[in-house]
Design a protein around this ligand. Structure first.
Ligand code: PLP
Length: 454
């Protein structure tokens, strides 16, 4: 019931909400001629998505839901998620730092990076951050680095090798995936069981089947395999050694319209269908969701700078391209985005549709976010909205062409009024220069000290 209502509210409310936020953003000068690109995060929407996730798992005794930091690596957004009851999944020293700065207690952080250095492992294990080792060689490092009073839960990531979804680059449980211990390889399963038998402190199994493009039954099949492996390890140990299962993340997002599908309730139902005992509370659960929590709670708005015609096609040159929609411009078939047309004041344009390319500002030919898209005719000064871009878009910018990272604003609607809080100010040109070595400007002219003589 609840899920149906959630889906319907979103479908009706999405377009209206975007337009009212955009009008207000124009009025406040957050987007316009001098600031031609901005990202927006819907604070109530984020809280609602987190509440929906918790509700879908309400029947499961113990679950730690973590947010995959890479999906929206912005400290105020992470802090909002912590406040809403999430833990945090991190996969690099930078993400760990952001999670700590956002205020997640170490016990609610999970470190999953595939190439942790010894120093990173030592730091995580001394803080009490949960660590999922990617492979057996990493476990041997943990043997040597674990302090005697270690508070970290330590787990091992396995790859159930259940196959690929529709986007190869998003499928992490393929035969040759770089992630985890490939469980179906000859002898691998026995080596994993043995690794647990030798390490009584190894108590967690982790798998992440995939993300966008992976159907629920495929994800559920991989997690059912994880459960079977835990049972086998426990049988060998003669006790319950595995106390928690980290189920990874990766609920796909519907980029075609405002409907939330699949829902978290459907995800839980798919898990229950594949292996009912997954949810019976014998194993504590960890989840790691990114895109499904944030994508539909954010959007990008960009100004149209020029329109032109080329080879009989209309092209709008806007300020949103590969620097914020990297996946879409590099893999347009796999990552299509909805685009809507708005006038300079943010109101939706209602003129008859015309096929137009919506292009970005980068100096490479593939920098087009929508090809021959039917939209009301765009003109200089109009705004385009790139929908469902709250995860992995404005929060994961690409520095190509040294374009400034756009400002990101949280928005809140109260009694019909929209108010904003700055999440990340627009990057200044000086900051770009500093990042690009300004302090070392002379390094290649005078910066070569004489080598020490032997
Ligand atoms: C990226 C990632 C996630 C989150 O994936 P989404 O598709 O954004 O939900 C979860 N777990 C791991 C290990 C990941 O690498």
């Amino acid at each position: 019931m609840r899920e149906t209502r959630e889906a319907r509210d979103t479908a009706e409310g999405g377009a209206v909400r975007v337009a009212s936020v955009l009008r207000r953003a124009v009025a406040e000068g957050l987007i316009g001629e001098d600031r031609p690109l901005a990202g927006f995060v819907d604070v109530q929407g984020v809280r609602g998505s987190v509440a929906g996730l918790h509700e879908a798992f309400a029947g499961v005794p113990e679950v730690l839901h973590t947010f995959a930091a890479k999906a929206c690596a912005l400290v105020p957004v992470l802090r909002l998620l912590a406040d809403a009851g999430m833990g945090c999944e991190v996969a690099s020293p930078g993400e760990l730092r952001l999670a700590l700065d956002a205020g997640f207690p170490p016990a609610r952080i999970v470190l999953d990076s595939p190439a942790k250095t010894r120093a990173e492992l030592r730091e995580a294990l001394s803080l009490g951050v949960a660590v999922n080792a990617d492979n057996l060689a990493e476990l041997e490092r943990v043997d040597a680095l674990r302090p005697a009073d270690c508070a970290s839960v330590v787990g091992l990531r396995v790859n159930p090798q259940v196959g690929s979804g529709t986007i190869g680059a998003m499928s992490t449980a393929t035969e040759h995936s770089k992630f985890g211990v490939a469980l179906r390889d000859p002898g691998a399963r026995a080596r994993v069981v043995e690794a647990f038998a030798r390490r009584p402190w190894l108590t967690r199994l982790h798998a992440h089947v995939g993300s966008q493009g992976c159907p629920l039954p495929l994800i559920a099949e991989g997690l059912a395999a994880l459960h079977r492996l835990a049972e086998e390890i426990d049988a060998r140990a003669g006790r319950q050694q595995v106390t928690s299962l980290d189920l990874g993340g990766g609920l796909p997002v519907n980029f075609a319209d405002d409907t939330v599908t699949p829902t978290y309730a459907e995800y839980v139902a798919a898990l229950a269908a594949a292996e009912p005992a997954l949810l019976d509370g014998r194993y504590r659960l960890v989840t790691e969701f990114g895109r499904s929590l944030l994508a539909k709670n954010g959007f990008l708005a960009a100004r149209v700078e020029y329109v032109k015609d080329a080879g009989g096609r209309r092209i709008a040159l806007t300020h949103a391209g590969g620097q914020v929609a990297t996946r879409t411009v590099l893999m347009p078939g796999a990552w299509p985005l909805r685009v809507s047309a708005h006038g300079p004041d943010g109101s939706p344009k209602r003129t008859p549709p015309l096929p137009q390319d919506v292009a970005g500002p980068l100096c490479f030919a593939g920098d087009v976010v929508a090809h021959e898209r039917a939209l009301p005719e765009l003109a200089e000064g109009d705004l385009v909205v790139l929908h469902d871009t709250g995860a992995y878009y404005f929060s994961a910018p690409w520095a190509y062409n040294s374009l400034p990272r756009p400002g990101v604003y949280g928005c809140l609607s109260r009694d019909g009024y929209v108010t904003f809080a700055t999440v990340r100010p627009p990057q200044t040109l000086r900051e770009i220069s500093v990042e690009s070595g300004l302090e070392q400007a002379d390094a290649l002219l005078t910066g070569f000290p004489a080598p020490a003589l032997p």
